[in-house]
Ligand binder design. Structure first.
Ligand code: 6CS
Length: 355
């Protein structure tokens, strides 16, 4: 009996030591996340939205694509909003390497990478999504000076992309700057977005995405801006009376990696990841259009009233928002260069796509 106990103890101690060695290994990995054990590359991929939202469809399409193209050598675990803390936490985790990849929006990176606020300037991009698609895919301003600012913060940006036009929802009709006067408008936690709404006469309130519904319901805020799919999937139509076809902006974001992780990979794996991001980026344009159509259909079955703004009415808001471009340029010389270049690129793309 004693003999059996001794054998059991020896075997048990042996298994425990194996396990500890294995755990010990992952803790000491330089990038913080375990990204390669010689055969498999593991990627924790965080995004800012819920299940089946545009970013979730994108992240899972990326998972499917890269796992297939790498024959399983690269494995991806997708994390929806809130599973790894707030969207700001996810950005920080991307910088430290606690996660390997993420979709992170300028609404959350604007205060960390001020030049990324270029994406938060209302009425800067075209009313034609095809034009914006081209600029976001090819812009020298974005993939030159702006990308360098991300790299300085330990992030490798792959591709900027769009999730659709921004619409206003509110508990009152908003068609003129007078209507916007003093409106408690929910914004993402970005100084520049905050300034833009102050220029438009509103009283901006930056609120974490998870709190918007309750704040609207309890009248802590009066209004918010988001693409249609997000309005619908977050049920904002249940707590708002009006949906304004403002198209005052497009929701843009970037797919990125932790720089140390990505630069630690061999060229072949780097290329596979970049190719997969490009493939999914191209696919995402039609996907976000379909999601917007589906959402508009669903929303129109609800009580909320759809308000169309005329081009004159939109122009009045555009006029009021122009000062925010000066605020952006004041951020840095690089910011001024980025704005100047992208304004030209949008104009040229409008001529090209418009032909
Ligand atoms: O408004 C927000 O905070 C959220 N909107 C979108 C479209 N994506 C994520 C973000 O957190």
């Amino acid at each position: 009996m004693l003999k059996n106990k001794r054998i059991f103890l020896i075997v048990f101690m042996f298994i425990l030591s194996i396990a500890l060695v294995a755990c010990g290994d992952s803790d000491t990995d330089g990038g913080g996340g375990d990204s390669s054990d010689g055969d498999t590359i593991s990627i924790k991929f965080a995004h800012e939205e819920g299940q089946d939202d545009v970013q979730d469809l994108y992240a899972n399409k990326f998972k499917e694509t890269i796992e297939e193209e790498s024959d399983g050598k690269i494995e991806v675990e997708v994390y929806t909003a809130g599973t790894l803390g707030t969207n700001m936490d996810a950005l920080q985790s991307l910088q430290t390497g606690a996660i390997e990849m993420a979709i992170t929006s300028p609404g959350f990176s604007g205060d960390v990478i001020p030049e990324s606020n270029i994406m938060s300037i209302p009425f800067l991009f075209s009313d034609d999504l095809e034009v914006n698609r081209k600029v976001l895919d090819e812009s020298e301003a974005l993939y030159g000076p702006l990308a360098e600012q991300y790299e300085e913060k330990g992030i490798t940006p792959f591709k900027f992309w769009l999730e659709g036009f921004m619409w206003w929802t509110a508990n009152k009709e908003i068609k003129t700057p007078e209507d916007m006067d003093g409106v408690k408008m929910r914004t993402m936690p970005s100084n520049l977005i905050n300034k833009a709404y102050k220029h438009m006469g509103a009283s901006p309130q930056d609120t974490d995405s998870g709190e918007i519904y309750t704040m609207l319901q309890t009248k802590g805020i009066d209004a918010q801006e988001n693409p249609l799919f997000y309005v619908y999937s977050s049920n904002f139509h249940e707590v708002q009376d009006y949906l304004m076809d403002s198209k005052h902006h497009i929701y843009t974001t970037v797919t990125a990696a932790n720089q140390e992780f990505f630069e630690g990979l061999d060229e072949e794996d780097q290329q596979m990841i970049e190719d997969a991001v490009q493939e999914v980026n191209d696919w995402s344009f039609e996907m976000q259009e379909e999601e917007a159509e589906k959402a508009l259909e669903g929303i129109q079955e609800e009580e909320i009233e759809l308000i169309e703004l005329t081009s004159e009415e939109r122009e009045a808001f555009k006029e009021m928002s122009l000062d925010v471009r000066e605020d952006y340029k004041a951020e840095s010389d690089i910011a001024a260069e980025i704005l100047e270049t992208i304004e030209k690129e949008i104009e040229e793309a409008e001529e090209e796509v418009g032909d």
